[in-house]
Structure formats: structure tokens, C-alpha cells
Design a protein around this ligand. Structure first.
Ligand code: NAD
Length: 432
């Protein structure tokens, strides 16, 4: 099949590479000339484990290409996948549809034979209708079905999740579109489970899923605070709770609050939608408020560890919103660091992959270390902000030797706390 993908970001790129790997012909279009130039020159524009080899393989096989021309991506496509951003409005926090609407009108000009337009971007309920309306305004006679195809990949595991999705949700009531979707997924060695629902239900499934996961994280974070106060260990609690199969063990890791390009944005967008339909989503509202406050609380926790030190030097491990990605959108690490800087701290940060993306936000307000041991030189405290697996293997003896004070605040509980204490560190984790 021929597939056009609009928007070559954290969703569009792995999706394009994945479908090409499974044998479809994929043309990806993006507005950003620099991005397309880089991809054409064989340079990946984001980090995802396992993506580079598949990208090279499929470009070389002629099944995957990149363009800035909407016509090239759309005119021969059986399926056009919209994967542009739906960022939060800076004031209302509702999902901003400007890229979706622009892409809809632009793609409409180039539709020829019957085409399925699939929305992978996360869009509020009813936006499928709006996309269809805009396509028909430009191209009234187009043979087109607009379907909802929400994306559930986890950044850092995008390649794995593409090939092994838990579920595929398709929102459509068109039989013709269903036939095309079946063909699209027929190339999987094991066809994933496809759940067909109404388009509006599909749009809500994405928000309802993300809001539930955000609530689960916030819940265990609150339990972590409670455990600290009463002398319990949140990991033991999470393990015991998670053994209940009705609850499950995933997303019960305490930390500095959720971040990333999805949970903050999608919980806010859902709450906005509900407010405008006079429905009280009080659990979602409480989660948003609690998570926002948590990041502030975490900054205070780090500052408490250097109480009395004027202009402390704070080393941080981590800038990305989670391990395994270079994405810093809504990263708790960025918010915490900004707060520390605004309160007079000098911050030196190390991250295995996210330094460049963080620099675009934090600029010269902090220093960026090229290796973890440089970051901790002369530091009054080390704050661990992202859960990169490699942090577990760093040499704590060496770190102690380089720091001014043997002092760790581990907001991800990723270091060996007992070992750190045995080595003479003042060590503060979460929920213990
Ligand atoms: P992104 O910002 O990484 O990428 C979007 C790309 O779309 C950009 O490169 C931008 O230049 C391009 N674009 C915008 N308008 C365009 C147009 N008219 N024509 C061509 N290109 C255009 O965004 P992302 O993280 O990939 O997210 C995309 C959507 O998927 C969002 O709605 C997001 O909520 C959803 N989503 C993201 C994730 C994730 O893990 N990032 C997971 C599930 C769903």
C-alpha cells in the first residue's frame, strides 16, 4: 500500500519507519525544511532506541522517503496519516487545532482516488467531523473517509510499541475504510487486535487512557508522601497493591510528577472539554493540580538538602521527561531546574541524550556537562531527575570524591540508596 504521513515527529517518524519495514511504501511530509533535509541526508532528527537501523534499511530499500511537498505524500496514498502536533493553548490549555486544520485543508487539495485519512494526532472529541468538513470545503467531491486512529506508543519504546501494540483502536463506521485498515495491518506477522468503535468514542479513548495513567502516577506519588510520613516503604506498598490484577503493577513508580508531551497536555485538554460540556471531571482536575504542585515541592526538597548554603552548586542527572528519550517537553526536570535557578542556585546538568533539546529551553541559565562526573565536580548536592537506566551503573565512590558535599536527592529512586548511605552520602529518595 502507499502511505502518506503528515508530520515527522515522535509519532510520525517511528510510524513511517515501521510501516515501511512491514513492506508498505511510505512518503513522509513535514513543513520544516531543515528537518526534511536532515532526514534526506540520512540523519535522524530524534532519538528512539532501535530506530536508526530500520530508518537506514528502509530508506536504502526505497520504501521510505521524506519531502516538504504535500502533493508527493498525498496524491498516490491509499492512507494518509495525520501526525502533526496538537499543543496546549498557552492560556486556556485546550488542545490547539491549528496544525490539524492547516494539514486537513492542505491535504484536501491533493486527494485523487479513494483515500482514507487517519488521524493519529490526539484530538478532542468531534475534531474528526471538523477535519472532514475542512476537506470537503476544499475538495467537495473527494472520495474520502476520515477515521480516528489514536496513537498509544510510549516514547523511548516507540519502535517496540509499533511492532507490538497492545491494541489498535479505529474510529469509523465506514465499511470501505475498515477494508483499507485491515489491509494496512495485514502486513503484521501477527495481526494486532483491532477494536472498531465510533469516531467520537475513539477520540475519547485516547484522552481517557492518558488521564487514567496520569491519575495512577499521581496516586502513587501521594502514597509515597504518605509512606514517608508514617515510616513505610512505597515500593513495598506498590508491589503489594499491584499484585491485585484489577489494579496491575504498572505506573506505580513514585517520582517528581509526570511530564512529557502527552499526559500534561491531554489531561488539561480533557478537563477543558469537560468544563465546556458542564461535566465535572473532578479526579482529572485534582490530578492536574496535584501534579503541578508536586514539581514545586520537589524543588523545595532539593533546596532543603543544601539549606544554609549560599548560591549552592547543584548537579543534576537528567533533563529528559523520562529515560530513553531526548524529549524535554513538559519535563519535570526542566521545571525543577528553572525553579532552582530562579532561587539563586548554580545548576550543572548531565543527560545522555537530551542536552540539545534542553539547551533550546534553558539556554545559558545553566551549565551542561559532557559527562556525569564533570557535572558533580564541586557540587553541594546531586539531584537525580530522570530515570535513565545507565545512572544505576555510575561509580558512587568516584562521585563522592568529586563532590564538595556527599549529598544526593534521588527523585527517581534509581541509585542504590543503601549503598550511598554506606559510602557516607546523605541520601534522600522518594516514599521511603
Ligand atoms: P511533534 O511535534 O514531534 O511532530 C509534529 C510534526 O508535525 C512537526 O515536525 C511539525 O513540523 C509537523 N507539522 C505540523 N504541521 C504540519 C503540516 N501542515 N504539514 C506537515 N507537517 C506539519 O509531535 P508528536 O510528539 O509526534 O505528536 C504528534 C501528535 O501525536 C500529537 O497530537 C500528540 O499528542 C500525539 N501523540 C504523541 C505521542 C508521543 O509520545 N509523542 C504519543 C501518542 C500520541
Amino acid at each position: 500500500m502507499n502511505i502518506g504521513i503528515i508530520g515527522v515527529g515522535y509519532v510520525g517518524l517511528p510510524t513511517g519507519v515501521g510501516f515501511a519495514e512491514l513492506g508498505h511504501n511510505v512518503i513522509c511530509v513535514d513543513k520544516l525544511q531543515d528537518k526534511v533535509d536532515a532526514l534526506k541526508a540520512g540523519k535522524l532528527t530524534l532519538f528512539e532506541e532501535g530506530l536508526e537501523d530500520l530508518f537506514n534499511k528502509n530508506v536504502n530499500a526505497g520504501r521510505l522517503s521524506f519531502t516538504t511537498s504535500m502533493k508527493d505524500a498525498v496524491s498516490t496514498a491509499d492512507v494518509v496519516i495525520i501526525a502533526v502536533g496538537t499543543p496546549p493553548h498557552p492560556i486556556t490549555k485546550e488542545a490547539d487545532m491549528k496544525y490539524i486544520y492547516a494539514a486537513s485543508s492542505e491535504l484536501a487539495e491533493h486527494l485523487s482516488d479513494y483515500t482514507v485519512v487517519a488521524t493519529k494526532s490526539t484530538v478532542p472529541v468531534g475534531i474528526g467531523d471538523e477535519i472532514e468538513k475542512r476537506i470537503r470545503q476544499v475538495s467537495p467531491k473527494a472520495a474520502v473517509d476520515v477515521i480516528s486512529m489514536p496513537e498509544f506508543l510510549r516514547e523511548g519504546f516507540a519502535v517496540h510499541d509499533f511492532f507490538h501494540p497492545d491494541r489498535v483502536i479505529i474510529g469509523t463506521n465506514s465499511e470501505k475504510a475498515r477494508t483499507v485498515v485491515e489491509e494496512l495491518y495485514s502486513v503484521y506477522p501477527t495481526r494486532p487486535e483491532i477494536l472498531y468503535v465510533r469516531r467520537r468514542s475513539s477520540e475519547i479513548i485516547k484522552y481517557a487512557s492518558n488521564a487514567f495513567l496520569a491519575m495512577k502516577i499521581h496516586y502513587i506519588n501521594e502514597m509515597a508522601d504518605f509512606c514517608e510520613k508514617v515510616g513505610a516503604d512505597v515500593y513495598e506498598v506498590a508491589k503489594g497493591v499491584g499484585l491485585d490484577t484489577r489494579i496491575g503493577s504498572k505506573f506505580l513508580n513514585p517520582g517528581p510528577g509526570y511530564g512529557g508531551s502527552c499526559f500534561p497536555k491531554d489531561t488539561n485538554a480533557l478537563a477543558y472539554m469537560a468544563r465546556h460540556t458542564s461535566v465535572d471531571l473532578s479526579l482529572v482536575e485534582a490530578t492536574i493540580k496535584g501534579n503541578d504542585e508536586r514539581k514545586q515541592m520537589m524543588s523545595m526538597r532539593i533546596l532543603a538538602a543544601v539549606k544554609g548554603v549560599e548560591h549552592p552548586k547543584i548537579a543534576t542527572f537528567g533533563l529528559a521527561f523520562k529515560g530513553g528519550t531526548d524529549d524535554v517537553r513538559e519535563s519535570p526536570a526542566i521545571e525543577i531546574i528553572s525553579e532552582l535557578v530562579s532561587r539563586g542556585s548554580k545548576v550543572v546538568a548531565y543527560d545522555p541524550k537530551a542536552t540539545d533539546s534542553a539547551r533550546a529551553i534553558l539556554g545559558s541559565s545553566i551549565e551542561y556537562a559532557s559527562d556525569p562526573y564533570k557535572a558533580v565536580e564541586g557540587a553541594d548536592v546531586l539531584a537525580v531527575l530522570t530515570e535513565w537506566e545507565e545512572f544505576r551503573n555510575y561509580d558512587l565512590v568516584k562521585i563522592k570524591g568529586l563532590m564538595k558535599r556527599a549529598n544526593i536527592v534521588d527523585l527517581r529512586n534509581i541509585l542504590d540508596g543503601q549503598k550511598a548511605v554506606n559510602l557516607g552520602f546523605a541520601y534522600k529518595g522518594i516514599g521511603r
